[in-house]
Design a protein around this ligand. Structure first.
Ligand code: IPE
Ligand code: IPE
Ligand code: MG
Length: 267
């Protein structure tokens, strides 16, 4: 399926306007999540250092953000750095952090102009101080914006997010029970967990995109993607364009979401 999608894009070039005309704006995915993978392989194929792939990837981020915001998607979640990515060589991590700062310096004004509200998913307080400062400034600047929510996952682990949610529910209860002698009950519901995740208040992703052909979720939004439609392309992230995103939305709109029930024809 993935190579067919790519083949279609490569062999018969489609105009962006053709793709746009196929999209039904009344049934857009409310929330799109993207695992931006394949920067290293993109660079390797060009005999470039991995970091060149990360740099090229930053350009693709710009296009994805702009496209989703213009389409009217409510939330876009981008997986930028996982809690497991600390296993990489220090030089690669340092460059990724520097690129993140460069990205913010270059794009923040545009993000703000487009009424986008930035949120960070993950323990970004563990990032280097100068990165945290830039992120804090960006969060403050965009906090009142009412357009698309842009979630950037940094030092993110979905399992940690779920554990954090349970801990914060227990903490709330302990505060509420403080001094009243109320027993803490073991009745944590799914709704409570959803309401304590980093993404609380946002709809769950309807569409999960992963680039570079890997068929795994790599600890991203495990709770929230329970019923997301998954779209994988062999294209590496730096080559991911507006057309790929539009194609993903078109394919999403052809899917039948059943949520455990029966299809529309009863089958
Ligand atoms: C995704 O590209 C970016 C990050 C995980 C930070 P990779 O760096 O994982 O690229 P590949 O998977 O090695 O090609
Ligand atoms: C997932 O990609 C994390 C990000 C895109 C930031 P990885 O490259 O880290 O995932 P694995 O190791 O291939 O599962
Ligand atoms: Mg990877």
């Amino acid at each position: 399926m993935t190579s067919l999608q790519l083949g279609a894009l490569h062999t018969a070039p489609v105009a962006e306007s053709d793709l746009l005309s196929q999209i039904d704006v009344s049934s857009l995915p409310r929330h799109i999540a993207i695992i931006m993978d394949g920067n290293g392989r993109w660079a390797h194929r060009r005999r470039l250092p991995r970091i060149a792939g990360h740099r090229a990837g930053a350009q693709a981020v710009r296009e994805a953000v702009e496209t989703c915001s213009r389409l009217g998607v409510q939330a876009l979640s981008l997986y930028a750095f996982s809690a497991e990515n600390w296993k990489r060589p220090k030089t690669e991590i340092d460059t990724l952090m520097a690129l993140l700062r460069e990205y913010l310096q270059r794009e923040l004004a545009e993000i703000h102009r487009n009424n986008i509200r930035l949120q960070i998913l993950g323990h970004y307080e563990r990032l280097p101080r100068e990165v945290r400062t830039d992120l804090d400034d960006a969060l403050v600047l965009t906090s009142g914006n009412t357009g698309m929510v842009l979630n950037v996952a940094l030092n993110y682990s979905a399992r940690a997010e779920i554990a954090d949610a349970v801990n914060s529910i227990l903490l709330e209860r302990a505060h509420a029970a403080n001094g009243t002698g109320t027993a803490i009950q073991a009745n944590i519901t799914e709704e409570m967990i959803s309401n304590h995740l980093y993404t609380r208040g946002l709809p769950d992703p309807d569409l999960l995109i992963r680039t570079s052909g890997e068929m795994r979720v790599s600890n991203f939004l495990l709770w929230q993607i329970a019923y997301a439609e998954i779209w994988v392309t062999d294209t590496c992230w730096p080559d991911f364009t507006k057309k790929h995103l539009l194609q993903a939305v078109i394919d999403f709109q052809k899917r039948e979401r059943r949520y455990g029930g029966l299809g529309s024809n009863g089958a």
